[in-house]
Each structure stands twice: as structure tokens, then as C-alpha cells.
Design a protein around this ligand. Sequence first.
Ligand SMILES: NC(=O)c1ccc[n+]([C@@H]2O[C@H](COP(=O)([O-])OP(=O)(O)OC[C@H]3O[C@@H](n4cnc5c(N)ncnc54)[C@H](O)[C@@H]3O)[C@@H](O)[C@H]2O)c1
Length: 356
Amino acid sequence: MSTPSSSSHYKVALIGCGRPWKADGATGFGMAHRHMAGFTASGRCTLVAVADLVGERGEEFVAVHNPKAAVYTDYLEMMKVEQPDVVSVCLWPKLHAEVVCQLAAFKPKLILCEKPMDINWDASLRMHEVCKQNGVMLCINHQRRFNLPLAKAKALLDAGEIGALQRMEGAWNDIADSGSHVLDMFFFYNNDLPADWVLGQIDLSEPRIVFGMLHAGHGVSEIRFKNGVRAVFRFGKDHAENGCLLRLIGERGLIEILFDDPWLRIRRAGQAEWEVLDTGEHIHDDKAIYRAIAEMLDCLEKGGVPQMDSSLALRATEVMFATHESSRRRGRVDLPLHAGPCAMLQMVAAGEMKLG
Ligand SMILES: NC(=O)c1ccc[n+]([C@@H]2O[C@H](COP(=O)([O-])OP(=O)(O)OC[C@H]3O[C@@H](n4cnc5c(N)ncnc54)[C@H](O)[C@@H]3O)[C@@H](O)[C@H]2O)c1
């Protein structure tokens, strides 16, 4: 059981209390447990309430994190009664925008919502706008910006170790679930500069359903950023053939973030061998969430835009939906992408793309 620090001053509530990954009866990763560990580690938060449709999951959750916290099955009732300062949304993607928009009306200081923003682009834009209108800080859990190997790669880039960034390559399972992180990291490494256009293709011959969301089994997305940097993201079950999760190509060298130990390596111009850099952390370490939460709370207190702010997450989200749109148009999509539902879902619904 965690004990709130005496300096805690944020009342925290969580929605969706899935059991931890691989636990008996787990339906996913149980991200709420990971968020709560981060809130506790901040020393500035007290868990006041949770809501889960399945009451026993809420009961189990508070038993671990704070037995004094209240348990609800209706999150709107929870918001009315508890009026938390901070709310975490750890639900499956199709619920994200709808729930976040409802929560914003209660004007908590901060909503931390899991990625991806939503299964539709217009809904993703709406959740950002509604939070802005209500003065609510909305953050999307793209916590990998705070992971040590990934952040060290940025520090090396910023220090000029491989010269100016020219190109990036990424690879992972899909574009919207794990791929949401890859796209966000492209923006991170390119100093969050906007993208100009996207050219993409998706293939639904081997579709995947992840957290209730349809994903193309294979695909590719090329992104051109306003500063001329280009990125290519290949996604699908054979993603490991790319050799690494992320490759940063500078005018004088390469940095790679790998799927396995060693997690990070660099090869500067003139270096015959890779140099491995050990940050003491692997690329999935939960400490990234702890650091992300601490930074969000710092921004609440001192001002500033958090690294996981929805304004930044929207850029990666736009590229994701523009990739689907590009597949529909069979051509390049210039940004900004018009607000609308997901092109892939629309094509499937209209029978223009078949599953399998
Ligand atoms: N940031 C990351 O690295 C990362 C990693 C894994 C998963 N995720 C994301 O986290 C999100 C949540 O995934 P998870 O693994 O925690 O899911 P999960 O299945 O473990 O938990 C979801 C919980 O939500 C509850 N629920 C469903 N509908 C509800 C409702 N209307 N009201 C209240 N509770 C409801 C379910 O009963 C369940 O307990 C997903 O969007 C997923 O993509 C992010």
C-alpha cells in the first residue's frame, strides 16, 4: 500500500482500473496501476477515488494504492462527488474523446489520458479543444519522451554528436497503438516542428484488433517536416526486419534505439564500430511515466507546456490519420488534415477495404 506524502496537494482520481498486465483476468496492461505509481512517486498526490464498470476491479485497485479512496462504477457520479484536481483516463481508445470531453465540464486542473487520443481524428481534435475551452490541461501518455535511452538519443542529437538531423526511420507493430509513440518520438527528435505532408499506405490483409481498435496489419508512412527533415515509419508484424525501433540519421552519423539490449548506440562519422551507451534503463521502463507526471505537475505549478501536452500529441495523431487518408486518396496528404472520422474505418464500413 502506498502512503500519500504529507506534502500531497492534488486529489487524484482514475477511470478504468484494469488488472496489471499478465495478472489473472487482465484485459490489458492495467495502465491505471502505472499511472498511480507515478502519482505516488511525485509525492504531491493523494488517490481519492476510482471508477471502473467492474466494481471489484476498483476495490482491488484501492486495496493496493489507498484503501481510504472511494470506489465508483459511474465516473460522472465520481466527478460530481469527489471533484478531483487530476483525473487519469485509462480506458480503451474508442472511449477516450467522449469521456475526456465529459470530464472537462467538471474543470479538473489536469486530465492525463492514455494514448492514442481516439479512434477518430475529429474526436481527437474535439477533446483537445474542449479541454482548452474549459481551461483544463490535457496530457496524452506519450511517456517515452522521458525514457532514458530515448531521451539520451535526443541529448546526443542536441549536442551535435551526429550533426544536423536529416532523416528518421521507425518501425513497430502498428501505427496507432505502439505506433503512436513512434510518431510522437519523430516530432520529439525534430524539436516538435510541424509536418508539411504525409504519404502513406495501409494493408488490411492481416488486420489486428488492439484494445478494441482496428489496426492495419502492415503499412508505411512517409512524413516531410517543415524544416525539410523526412521520416519513414514501417509498421506491421514483421517490423523487426527494420533492425531497430528508431534510427536517427544526421549529416555526420547515426543513432539507433534498438528493440533489445543494447537499447541505444551511436556511430559518428569516421567511427568503424557502433558505440553502445548504457543509460541503466530499458525502453519500456515505467520510470518514464513517473518523470512525465512530475513534469506535468511542475507545469501546473510553474507554467509551461508539458512534453505530453495534447497540442503536441495532436501532431502525431494527425500523421496517423493522414496516413489512412493518404491510402484512401492514393496520394500525398498536405497538412493540416481536414477534421473528419478515420478514413480507414470509413473505407471498411463502405466495403471499399476488406478485412483479411
Ligand atoms: N502508454 C503506454 O505505454 C501504454 C501501454 C499499454 C496500454 N496503453 C493504453 O492504455 C489504455 C488502457 O489500456 P489498459 O491496458 O489499461 O486497459 P485494461 O483493459 O487493463 O483496463 C481498462 C479498464 O477500463 C474499464 N472500463 C471499460 N469501460 C469503462 C467505463 N465506461 N467506465 C469505467 N471503466 C470502464 C474496464 O472494466 C477495465 O478494467 C489503452 O488506450 C492503451 O492503448 C498505453
